[in-house]
Design a protein around this ligand. Structure first.
Ligand SMILES: NC(=O)C1=CN([C@@H]2O[C@H](COP(=O)(O)OP(=O)(O)OC[C@H]3O[C@@H](n4cnc5c(N)ncnc54)[C@H](OP(=O)(O)O)[C@@H]3O)[C@@H](O)[C@H]2O)C=CC1
Ligand SMILES: O=C(O)CCC(=O)C(=O)O
Length: 428
């Protein structure tokens, strides 16, 4: 069998490779499942890796060539599914790690998808809207044979939103000659997007945190929460937790954090951020803090909702939370994960905690394929049902196997994919 092997990157001394970490978690699950070595080998490699050059004419007339990736990890359960990231730190190994997480995430929550992820190494803040549109359209054209509603379905991730999904859908549709809403999810409602998708990942985070608190005999009301990241996921989680009575004491974006021990007025903060070019620093009644200080604040629930590798061996001893809820993908490193466990701090793993986004993407795809669109209340109800069910399966698995929640989530997700591979005869 010819397996795709990823090129090595030149690491800085502090570099923690997300793909190596993803493989380590897979290996732990494989050991727990007593998986055969050959099957582990298959699951450790993405099925397909596409890297494209994206030439773009900038507004000043110069031409720049960007690198774009789409990694398809495994499609045994259904079409590949996963977001598209625009961020300067995007690399092929990062995208490959995120694609692998998507495979386990979809299997864990029981939706018929495989895992994929895409990304372009760029800082969207440095490009005009016109430039971003040209970049997105060219990236989509380059991937035209690799995506499609029954092949691979992109969605938003860091640095992208409904706007980019509309450009992707339009470019794909122009190429095939008719409208194909199902080629992306997270698109605007006017072209077949789902009600509830924009808030879905944050809503899922709120639901999982609520369930974890309930297991401890607690409720969201009065729970002290700290959130790193105030974008699609962190912003929605902050709003919904605030609405549910939690005290959101601190939030941050790339420029830094703000803190008020009595709780931030999240609706007022959103209005302030919208007027202030989306930055939150300087919000009246709050104290400015760094992202490093934010992660060390005493609180009940710490929610990293920005990038990977934020809680590491270097700062894990500073964490003063009872629960760390991974809203971002991979925000806690492998070593930090072990240290948190040793200190009795519960980690709600990313493949469970942030799955609300892909669940509503699935509901969007189902609505589009059936040409029947639901109200937001129904979308939220269906999503909540799947998330709560997955949470209880993970906690049960954790008790049965006597393993932390992450390993329990992995054994469920990886186990289902391995079973499907075996049943389909793809792994004789
Ligand atoms: N969107 C989705 O549906 C899903 C997203 N996720 C994951 O959630 C995470 C966040 O994604 P999303 O909210 O969509 O992305 P966004 O681009 O909408 O928001 C990212 C947020 O993180 C902030 N940020 C960026 N860099 C840093 C940093 N170094 N320190 C602190 N904050 C920083 C950004 O600040 P600023 O705005 O100032 O740049 C912004 O507030 C990612 O890990 C993503 O993979 C997981 C599941 C689904
Ligand atoms: O909604 C989707 O399809 C993908 C969401 C995503 O990228 C993620 O869960 O990390």
């Amino acid at each position: 069998m010819n397996l795709v092997t990823l090129p090595l990157e030149t690491p800085s001394p502090a570099y923690i490779c997300p793909f190596d970490q993803a493989c380590s978690y897979l290996e732990q699950a494989a050991k727990e499942l007593r998986m055969e070595q050959g099957l582990l080998e298959v699951l450790s490699h993405p099925r397909k890796v596409v890297t494209v050059s994206i030439p773009v004419k900038l507004d000043n007339g110069q031409v720049q060539v960007l690198a774009g990736h789409r990694v398809q990890h495994c499609d045994v359960l259904g079409p590949y599914k996963g977001g598209t990231r625009y961020h300067p730190a995007v690399t092929l190994r990062e995208v490959s790690a995120l694609a692998m997480l998507m495979t386990w995430k979809c299997a864990l929550v029981g939706i018929p998808y495989g895992g994929a992820k895409g990304g372009i190494a760029l800082d969207p803040a440095r490009y005009s809207v016109g430039e971003l549109e040209r970049i997105t359209r060219r990236y989509t054209s380059e991937l035209i044979k690799d995506i499609g509603p029954s092949v691979d379905i992109p969605a938003p991730d860091i640095g992208t939103s409904a706007r980019e999904m509309a450009w992707m859908m339009d470019t794909y549709s122009m190429n095939v000659g008719h409208a194909v809403p199902g080629v992306v999810t997270g698109k605007p409602i006017s072209i077949g997007g789902s009600r509830g998708r924009e808030m879905a990942t944050g809503r899922g985070v709120m639901i999982i945190v609520r369930e974890a608190l309930a297991d401890r005999g607690k409720t969201l009301a009065g729970t002290r929460v700290v959130i790193q990241g105030f974008g699609n996921v962190g912003g929605a989680a902050a709003s919904l937790l605030h609405e549910a009575g939690a005290v959101v004491m601190a939030v941050s974006d790339v420029s830094g954090g703000i803190y008020n021990p009595n709780g931030l007025d999240i609706p007022a903060l959103k209005a302030y951020a919208a007027q202030n070019h989306r930055s939150i620093v300087g919000f009246p009644g709050s104290k400015s803090i760094t992202n490093t200080e934010l992660l060390a604040l005493p609180c009940d629930v710490l929610i990293p909702a920005a990038l990977e590798n934020q809680i590491t061996e270097d700062n894990v001893h500073e964490v003063q939370a009872e629960i760390v809820a991974e809203a971002a993908n991979g925000p806690v490193t492998l070593m930090a994960d072990l240290a948190l466990e040793a200190r009795g701090i519960t980690v709600l793993p990313d493949i469970l905690t942030n799955a609300g986004g892909v669940v509503v993407s699935y509901l969007e795809w189902v609505q589009g394929l059936s040409y029947v669109f639901w109200d937001e209340e129904r979308v939220n109800r269906e999503m909540e049902g799947l998330m709560v069910h997955a949470y209880h399966q993970v906690t049960k698995e954790s008790k049965t196997r006597q393993v932390p929640l992450r390993l329990a989530a992995y054994t469920l997700g990886v186990g289902r994919v391995a079973q499907a591979l075996t049943d389909r005869g793809l792994y004789p």
